[in-house]
Ligand binder design. Structure first.
Ligand SMILES: [Zn+2]
Length: 216
């Protein structure tokens, strides 16, 4: 009897900590449920430490991202697109082909990415990259967006997905602490995360939740 393939989920993020901020609790939940979660990080964010050699920063960042991934129970692939040059480098390096191959092989049931409402240019770029990839996939998984810098509530007709992260919220915070060198989102407001988690939790009558919009 062939073994049933583990359900797979992919989370895209611009910088090394985005997947944790946006979906860390859900990732840990899915992993604990036995699903295979892969996060794809597009940039180390090397500009944050201009006085250090790029290579040193990349190694540091990779180490931090892998530490966070271990805590959440996911696997992380890191690419090295230059900050604010995502689309340019993405094209130059022919990353589309590689990612299409990876996603088509992985056949995730869900893909998570940045929101179009996020004002950060690198986040917008990854949103665009995800949508372009989505159109070219051999199959159509559910596509969700998460929040990093966009306002907590905006008007939309997209259906929401609430994930109860009551049992994984502390893990998410612990994973965020792995990014000791992170300046891109230096000290991402802890209170904002907490406020968001409680507000979303209230909606589904749990202590903490993460909210996503399904856009496809
Ligand atoms: Zn980011």
């Amino acid at each position: 009897m062939p073994q049933k393939k583990r359900e797979s989920i992919i989370v895209f993020g611009s910088h090394s900590d985005d997947f944790v901020i946006g979906a860390g609790g859900a990732i840990a939940n899915y992993a604990q449920d036995g699903k295979k979660v892969t996060s794809i990080v597009f940039s180390h964010g090397e500009k944050s430490h201009p006085w250090l050699k790029e290579k040193v920063v990349q190694d540091m960042r990779s180490k931090e991202a892998l530490e966070a991934s271990d805590l959440l129970g996911c696997k992380t692939d890191i690419y090295d697109l230059g900050e604010m040059k995502f689309l340019e480098h993405y094209q130059e390096r022919g990353l589309e082909k590689e990612l299409l191959k990876k996603i088509n092989k992985e056949k995730p049931t869900k893909i998570f990415t940045h929101s179009i409402e996020d004002p950060h240019p690198d986040h917008k770029a990854v949103y665009q990259i995800t949508l372009d990839l989505y159109e070219k996939l051999d199959f159509k998984p559910e596509l969700y967006v998460y929040s990093v810098w966009n306002p907590v509530s905006f008007k939309t007709n997209w259906p929401s997905l609430y994930v109860n992260i009551t049992k994984t919220f502390s893990l998410k915070l612990k994973a965020l602490k792995s990014f000791r060198s992170q300046k891109v989102h230096v000290a991402y407001p802890f209170l904002l995360l907490l406020f968001r988690a409680i507000k979303n939790g209230f909606k589904i009558r749990t202590l903490f939740a993460e909210k996503f919009f399904r856009i496809k």
